[in-house]
Design a protein. Structure first.
Length: 147
């Protein structure tokens, strides 16, 4: 017979759907591996950067790509400016789509930028329609109650 200080548990420690840490990770806490890598690289950033530049200049494609990605990172989004008519209801969205097509045709917007703006318009129209339906239902319910 062994003197086991802690009896072994059967099953799970937490019920399904119950977290062992409901508050989550503390804000600002970092992964231990990230901390270890930062400690190793501490003070070496300048030397490593210089070496990457030297290798890039000698023709090392990977080092060159690394340097260029830091100098001119891939473009994400840009501010787009074009004339968009005021949208006060779902029907006005048609005029906005027409304005976007004209902006694409004029070269003021790329097709992908117009596509992203169209997604925003689509969301706006869906929200507007949902609010409009909710208002209609509310009015009908009030009419039924007054009878």
């Amino acid at each position: 017979m062994t003197d086991d200080p802690k009896p072994k548990r059967k099953g799970r420690l937490f019920r399904p759907g119950q977290s062992g840490n409901p508050n989550g990770r503390k804000k600002g806490s970092r992964n231990k591996i990230t901390q270890a890598i930062e400690a190793l690289l501490d003070g070496e950033g300048e030397a490593l950067t210089r070496k990457a530049i030297e290798l890039g200049l000698k023709g090392d494609i990977t080092a060159l790509r690394l340097c260029l990605d830091r100098l001119a990172p891939p473009r994400r989004d840009r501010h787009v400016s074009f004339e968009l008519p005021k949208i006060e209801n779902a029907k006005d969205a048609a005029g906005a789509i027409t304005a976007m097509l004209e902006a694409v045709a004029a070269g003021d917007l790329t097709p992908s930028e117009a596509s992203e703006v169209t997604k925003l318009l689509d969301t706006y129209v869906k929200v507007f329609e949902a609010v409009e339906i909710a208002e209609r239902v509310e009015r009908l319910e009030k009419m039924v109650e007054t009878r």
